[in-house]
Design a protein around this ligand. Structure first.
Ligand SMILES: Cc1ncc(COP(=O)(O)O)c(C=O)c1O
Length: 345
């Protein structure tokens, strides 16, 4: 593994499954130009096994390794109220016996649900940043922790620095091994991209191994022109950390930013359709904020004839399941007036 030389705290079940999506593929026949529905595989990083799983597990194995090497006793990170990264960080801290402080944007909601409920159950302390800059609040929290005699370890948004992203260089190695073991090839990998660590890490792993497929990031919340230079910078730092002699430029990254919809965390028709289509064709759930948007992007690319039937596309499922429960109102079926819930059973 590329990461063998880095401090590591094991958290994930690996390898995560690589599965075929034959019924989703069949459902798309007739919706794309003839000969344009590729074979579809899914890489199940929603099954990493740490408190409902997700892509942050692989990043946290290295971040936690680094934190413990520095004798930290407290993890501090930042995110949105329904951050999957924060929930996974809280779980990682609990597993390693560390304290966890989460700096979340906005203020406490009336009802705690989804990831926020899990943050509390996992024992994290939550600091609400209100309208203030969350990184500024995180720096203040860290100062207060130090003043109290503790040793905090700060983790950036999404765990996306070189240490975290290195987990995805190794994940690409894992995918390549799974493909090789089965005698399969993949021409495309599609993944949700936001703070960039997942896509940057995958890019490092892909280049280091000579993976010839194309890596598509479906942007969740940023214009491609803004994200691509950052991906290049982060991939370069990650390669250096891993001792790999690789260079990256913004143009090396494919980022699709046509699927930003109503903005971060806003569930629209495209996300709803993606959730329901995958759930009902394959029995697999995606989350409303990241993986539904990424899947909606993939479905749109397929329907536009972007791929060929003799190609294979891997959809990298990055998790996020608990957020579904915080979006019940936007996702629930409208109930016909006058029918009680029990009459439907
Ligand atoms: C479920 C899920 N998928 C994808 C992402 C995006 O990953 P990255 O921030 O590494 O770009 C996140 C980030 O929080 C996430 O929670």
């Amino acid at each position: 593994m590329f990461t063998d030389r880095l401090p590591f705290y094991p958290l994930a079940h690996r390898p995560t499954p690589l599965e075929d999506l034959p019924r989703l593929r069949a459902a798309l026949q007739g919706e794309a130009p003839p000969g344009r529905v590729p074979r579809l595989l899914i890489k199940r990083d929603d099954q990493t096994g740490l408190a409902a799983g997700g892509n942050k597990t692989r990043k946290l194995e290295l971040l936690l390794g680094d934190a413990l090497r520095q004798s930290a006793d407290t993890l501090i990170t930042v995110g949105a109220p329904q951050s999957n990264h924060c929930r996974q960080t809280a779980a990682a801290a609990a597993r390693a016996g560390l304290r966890c402080v989460l700096v979340l944007g906005g203020s406490a909601p009336m009802l705690e649900g989804g990831n926020l409920l899990l943050d509390r159950l996992l024992g994290a302390e939550i600091v609400w940043a209100g309208g203030r800059d969350r990184l500024e609040v995180m720096a203040e929290v860290a100062e207060a922790e130090r003043a109290a005699g503790r040793a905090p370890y700060l983790i950036p948004y999404g765990g996306s620095n070189a240490v975290g992203a290195a987990g995805y260089a190794a994940a690409m190695e894992e995918l390549c091994q799974q493909l090789a073991d089965r005698g399969w090839t993949a021409e495309h990998v599609v993944v949700a991209t936001s703070s960039g660590g997942t896509q940057a890490g995958l890019a490092v792993g892909a280049l280091a191994q000579g993976f010839s497929g194309r890596l598509h990031g479906i942007s969740i919340d940023a214009a491609a022109d803004r994200l691509r230079p950052w991906l290049a910078e982060l991939a370069g730092e990650t390669a250096r950390l891993l001792g790999l002699d690789l260079a990256f430029a913004a143009d090396d990254f494919i980022v699709h930013d046509a699927y930003l919809g109503g903005g971060y965390g806003v569930v629209g028709d495209a996300e709803r359709e993606a959730i329901v289509l995958l759930a009902r064709s394959e029995g697999i759930l995606v989350d409303p904020v990241y993986t539904a948007r990424a899947l909606a992007g993939l479905l749109d690319l397929i329907r536009r004839g972007h791929f060929r039937a003799d190609e294979t596309v891997v959809f990298w499922h990055t998790g996020g399941l608990p957020a579904l429960f915080a979006y019940a109102e936007q996702l629930g079926e409208p109930r016909p007036a006058g029918r009680s819930r029990s009459s439907r059973v």
